[in-house]
Unconditional design. Structure first.
Length: 70
């Protein structure tokens, strides 16, 4: 059985870094409200989409590499 602790720690640190940027914006919104326009909504969707792609893409690549090595 493989020891996957280093992968878990790397993933945990990656998500902690992401939330380091996202969480303050949610907390500060009531104090500094912005007008919600289609540009802001599109920007938020692109930001969340890019985070999801960066999270999902390495996992797919690891699975393909594992299949090629077998």
């Amino acid at each position: 059985m493989k020891n996957n602790n280093k992968y878990f720690f790397t993933s945990l640190m990656y998500h902690a870094t992401i939330y380091n940027y996202i969480l303050p914006s949610h907390i500060s919104f009531p104090f500094f409200p912005i007008e919600i326009t289609w540009q802001n909504t599109l920007g938020a969707a692109l930001l969340i989409g890019s985070i999801l792609l960066l999270t999902i893409k390495p996992n797919v690549r690891k699975e393909k590499d594992g299949a090629n090595r077998s």
